[in-house]
Design a binder for this molecule. Structure first.
Ligand code: QL4
Length: 364
């Protein structure tokens, strides 16, 4: 029969309220005809930026004015734009294992990019201090892909480091902070920042869907001034109708309701998947059970290498990704165990036992 997916790269849109979304779209068309006939503000419509800034103040403790929000069609184009206005020989650093698509982008932009290892609290502060990059990319809410939730102590250390010298910024990529199960959400790093050193990055890819391409940055005032000077010619890349629809979707309370509903739905699937995996693999599996996000890490004792595992997964028609994808230096060890990223957004609850059986055949 067909493929099953334990991919971490999708949202479960089976429960997305398309009817409500289309109602909001009708309102957007009725109320904003003149905006739709025009190009919008380079950073995106003020009304939508105000709604986003109010929302993240409530949900993430982010302190900002609508003026500091920049909306864009994805995290990558936004990072490319803001980092692209930097002068020469900029040093950047990123978590390893980490988000290889940003690592690739920074290398393509001819930055010196340094992967930095993690310890149990997140990015290793000693290695950051040894390197002193100008831009540090981290995912403190739920480290991507290991899931580590960075404790306040490490957050303070990083903010002190960033404030110790001019020209240092931390990019806080808060990409799936909205999904926490039974543990409370630590406020954003940006909410603790007293020296305007944090660039906050958010996205609707996980909470709505990645195909909508609606993401945003919150810039500290001095970077914002530089941005406005540099990009006065810029035409906003996001679809304005989608942005106004998002505004009504948030303002009507539908967005918050959907995030709550998806938290419950994902928590249920996550629990079922973990139960099934433990039952099937017994002590052959070690699950990093961080109660957050749309995936978790699992270690399997096996002498099979990553290549063989990937081939066996294809044969079993099971879509799944391994830690190799995130090891930025490509030097992942193998021979004793392998580490897989197990996503649960793309699997139907009733297909979990079959998917676990297939995974068992992949490993053994
Ligand atoms: C760390 C991190 N930061 C930001 C983003 C989002 O980027 P944006 O969509 O451009 O705003 C992702 C998406 N990463 C994507 C790829 C991960 C990979 O390559 O392995 C996975 O994206 C989704 C996952 C679940 C549900 C919906 C989307 C990110 O992994």
């Amino acid at each position: 029969e067909g493929w099953l997916s334990l991919s971490h790269m999708t949202a479960d849109i089976s429960m997305f309220p398309f009817k409500e979304w289309m109602k909001c779209e009708k309102i957007a068309i009725k109320n904003h005809k003149n905006e739709l006939s025009d190009i919008s503000h380079p950073q995106g419509p003020y009304l939508v930026r105000k709604t986003i800034s109010r929302m993240i103040a409530l949900t993430r403790g982010v302190k900002c004015e609508p003026e500091q929000v920049i909306i864009g069609p994805g995290t990558q184009p936004l990072i490319r734009q803001v980092l692209g206005m930097q002068r020469e020989n900029i040093k950047a650093a990123i978590e390893n294992p980490g988000y290889s698509r940003i690592y690739q982008l920074l290398k393509d932009m001819n930055f010196e990019v340094f992967p930095i290892d993690l310890d149990k609290k997140g990015i290793d502060i000693k290695k950051v201090e040894a390197l002193n990059p100008h831009f540090l990319f981290i995912t403190p809410s739920h480290q991507f892909p290991t899931g580590i939730i960075m404790p306040i102590s490490r957050r303070i250390e990083l903010l002190n480091w960033a404030s110790a010298s001019e020209g240092r910024y931390i990019v806080e990529d808060d990409y799936d902070s909205e999904f926490k199960y039974g543990t409370d959400n630590i406020p954003s790093l940006q909410s603790l920042d007293r020296n305007q050193r944090v660039i906050y990055a958010g996205t609707f890819s996980k909470t709505i869907m990645p195909s909508f391409r609606i993401s945003y940055l919150v810039l500290p005032p001095d970077l914002l001034r530089e941005y406005k000077r540099h990009f006065s010619y810029w035409i906003q890349g996001s679809n304005t109708l989608n942005l106004f629809t998002l505004h009504y979707f948030i303002e009507s309370g539908e967005y918050a309701k959907h995030v709550k509903r998806m938290n419950n739905h994902y928590e249920m699937k996550r629990e079922n998947l973990i139960k099934e995996l433990k039952w099937k693999f017994r002590n052959g599996i070690k699950i990093k059970n961080v109660p957050a996000g749309l995936h978790f890490i699992a270690e399997f004792k096996t002498d099979k290498g990553y290549k063989e595992i990937e081939e066996r997964a294809k044969k079993e028609k099971l879509e799944i990704y391994s830690m190799k994808r995130f090891n930025l230096l490509g030097n992942i060890e193998e021979g004793k165990k392998i580490i897989l990223i197990i996503g649960f957004a793309n699997i139907k609850n009733e297909d979990i036992p079959v998917a676990v059986d297939r995974l068992y055949r992949v490993i053994y």
